[in-house]
Design a protein around this ligand. Structure first.
Ligand code: ATP
Length: 265
């Protein structure tokens, strides 16, 4: 841990603890500097969401769990921020849904891959794909280091969960006929727009919920999962997330306006 003491009653204690966790993992070489910036972009959108899991997000979480459970081969792609913020939940989710875990990094180095692998193994993972030479296959049309994938993992998968992803890779995976589940606080990002299922929520809140829902749906069986997937419309769901943000902004604007009017009376 860093030596910063966050007062328990601080109104933004949870958000500050998350930042500390990212800084701690930045010090360990797991999170990159640009990962810290990406988190900041996410936080801004979380403000607009009211920092809570919304109804559309819950619906997307349910569909994501259904898709993971009915996949032939599901893979959870893990980057530095995901490892820092949700490694235990990622491991639990992989156990419930039988999905593989693969490390996939934009800023790839063997040391970083090993550090993330160790973190996931400490959280209970038995096997972590995509490390070093094992990422020997490539995603066509991608130039970044994220094009390198494991032939036993993302390359062979029909469903890929990509928390905190960049748009290029989402697009490339969709072009390869894979179903992509994204967790992204920004409903406007290319990832959010291109994914098959987009969970507009903070990974901190979404990941434990995804585990719980997957446990429940597993007991309910494949037919229930297929029904949920038939009824889910990602574009409609994204529109609802954006509308909620718009309504939150309108409320804040109205309150400011009222405050201004009271002041000038
Ligand atoms: P795109 O390439 O898809 O248009 P981008 O350029 O913003 O998006 P990145 O820079 O890779 O892509 O950023 C990752 C995304 O992760 C951002 O859209 C950000 O909103 C989101 N994000 C950051 N932190 C979190 C978090 N804790 N939970 C969920 N989403 C997050």
């Amino acid at each position: 841990m860093t030596d910063v003491k966050i007062p328990l009653d601080h109104p933004r204690a949870e958000s500050l603890r998350t930042r500390e966790r990212l800084i701690e993992h930045w010090n360990k070489g797991i999170v990159t500097t640009s990962g810290l910036i990406a988190h900041g972009r996410g936080e801004a959108f979380d403000y607009l969401l009211g920092e809570e899991t919304t109804e559309p997000a819950l619906k997307a979480i349910e569909s994501a769990a259904a898709m993971l459970l009915t996949a032939e081969k599901a893979v959870i792609s893990v980057n530095g921020n995901t490892a820092a913020l949700a490694s235990e939940e990622i491991v639990k989710l992989s156990q419930v849904t039988k999905a593989s875990i693969e490390v996939n990094l934009f800023y790839r180095s063997f040391e970083r891959e090993l550090a993330i692998q160790k973190l996931l193994e400490n959280a209970g993972a038995h096997e972590v794909l995509g490390i070093g030479e094992k990422a020997s296959a490539t995603i066509p049309e991608l130039n970044s280091e994220r094009r390198r994938v494991d032939p036993r993992g993302i390359l062979a998968a029909d469903v890929v969960l990509v928390p905190l992803e960049d748009g290029d890779r989402t697009e490339a995976l969709v072009k390869m006929d894979k179903k992509v589940i994204a967790i992204d606080l920004n409903p406007l990002s290319r990832t959010a727009q291109k994914a098959t299922i987009t969970i507009v929520d903070n990974i901190i809140r979404a990941a434990p919920k995804l585990v719980k829902v997957a446990e429940r749906l597993k007991k309910q069986g494949a037919e229930k999962c297929e029904q949920i997937l038939l009824e889910f419309d990602n574009k409609k769901n994204l529109a609802q997330a954006i509308t909620l943000m718009k309504e939150n902004l309108s409320k804040i604007a109205e309150e400011s306006q009222k405050h201004h009017e009271r002041w000038w009376k």
